[in-house]
Structures are given as C-alpha cells and as structure tokens.
Design a protein around this ligand. Structure first.
Ligand SMILES: [Zn+2]
Length: 142
C-alpha cells in the first residue's frame, strides 16, 4: 500500500494457480508471457483519497480469444474500474443522470456510459420482456 500525491495505491498479487481468460471460462497453467507494466483499476474512493488497485498480470493464449491478459475476479474484462466501482455506477444509474454520476464519482461522462453498458450486459436479465404481451402508451400533450 502506498500513499501517492494522486491517492492511495494498493498493489495485490493473484494467488490462484491457473490463468483464466477474461472473456470465457478457459483456464490454463501455461503462461504466454508477463506484461511489463502492472494493470491498474480505479476502486471506490477512501474518503477524499482516490484508490487504485494495481496488479502484475500475465498473458495467456486462449483457444477462442487468442493471446489475452488474464482475468481478475475483482474487475470485468476490458475495464479500468473494479467491479465494486462499476456496480455503484450501475446502481446510481437507476436514479441519477450521467452528469450527476460523473461529478459524484469523479469520472468522465463517456466512462459512465461504458460502465453502464458493461454492468447491464452482465446483470440485465435477457428474458425480462418474454412474458410481456401488452404495452400501453399514453401521449403527453404540452
Ligand atoms: Zn477465452
């Protein structure tokens, strides 16, 4: 754990023995190589401090997805934010607009949209409209 001018950085190391593809369930113990730089994810703030999680990661060769950086349990594939951070954005998106969320969590407007897309892609039930048979639309006249 390090206190830096931009906030707090927590460096973690994965303890599992197998490398896991971030896009599917493929796991292997064969490492393709080790990334030269550690990956960093933005986590929920610690009070006024910005918190980042950093981890050195390896790459693996997935038979379906090719050479990819190993997946981590605390972040979604392709994200620079932790799963907890993204879940908070997803929760706030149910009641607040993107500008408000961006100001509250100190992220830009485009990041809010990308996070909402990832969270809804994972959490939204694809069968939610299967038993819907009637939709009523009320016209609103000013
Ligand atoms: Zn894969």
């Amino acid at each position: 754990m390090a206190f830096e001018p931009g906030g707090v950085v927590v460096t973690v190391v994965l303890r599992r023995r197998h490398l896991v593809c971030p896009l599917c369930a493929y796991a292997t113990s064969a490492r393709y190589d080790t990334r030269p730089d550690a990956s960093t994810w933005r986590h929920l703030d610690l009070g006024i401090w910005r918190l980042e999680v950093r981890a050195p990661l390896a790459r693996l060769r997935c038979p379906t997805h090719g050479v990819v950086t190993e997946g981590v349990p605390f972040a979604r594939a392709g994200s620079r934010f932790t799963r907890d951070f993204e879940d908070l954005v997803g929760y706030l998106a149910t009641t607040a607009d993107k500008t408000t969320i961006g100001r509250l969590l100190r992220i830009d407007w485009d990041s809010v949209g990308r996070i909402i897309t990832r969270v809804m892609g994972e959490r939204l039930d694809p069968a939610r409209l299967e038993h819907l048979f009637t939709i009523g639309v009320d016209p609103v006249t000013p």
